[in-house]
Ligand binder design. Sequence first.
Ligand code: DGL
Length: 277
Amino acid sequence: MTESNRKAPIALFDSGVGGLTVLLELYRQLPQESFLYFADTARLPYGTRSSDEILQFVREILTWMTQQDVKMVLMACNTSSALALETVRSEFNLPILGLILPGARAAGLEGRRIGVIATTATVQSNAYSRAIAEIYPEAKVWQIACPEFVPLIEQNRITDPYTKEVARQYLSPLLEENIDTLIYGCTHYRHLAKVIQEILPPTVKLVDPAEHVVKAAEQELKLMGINNNQAKLPTRFCVSGQTTKFAQLSQQWLGYYPKVEKVFLPLIDRSSISLES
Ligand code: DGL
């Protein structure tokens, strides 16, 4: 591997601000690396899209990311990991990591009655229940789709009492099943950690796949000999929708007001862009 590979950023993407929970984990565990964050805000939410649409979006994003000379891609989106990872992995010549397997593996180490909260598309794919069943056949899994969460988070309604009420309703069937472990099966949901923790009994272990995909990324970088050993660059933020909206919303988690670039992916519906901008 050349020195330029080492210096290249690690790219990550999500439909919106959910992937920032993965970026914060990257900052924590891999502080010497540089990052490129892409949010497909013009087309969010992903969770109610068809698998064909998700696959098309992911292919466009990865094509663009390859042109940005990144050394690795983290799918900071469970929906994309569940629906597109297996297909695109062989189509692109760079390491691509997803959240499902690291999340499933970590959950089984915590308990055997596992709840998964995720988008409708992720739940329908059964990606988590299949992955858990393969590694821990004796584990029981309950999946709940929480379609209202992503719009509430993107509208910055995290502390709104309505959000807590919605969370209570989503979590209630899992509480009835006496789960001992809960997977944040959508990267957005970690932003609701406070709300969710107030509803769940303290004995329930919370698993954030972000933490574990970053561990896997670190191992992969070392294995490939492409971990950065030089000065890091500031994180580059790119979105397909409105730049100011993303910057304003992200500030609360990043602790700074990010500079955000607008990116036009080839097949984006232009009418939705002009409405947003
Ligand atoms: N944050 C993403 C996920 O982990 C996508 C959420 C959405 O856009 O519906 O699934």
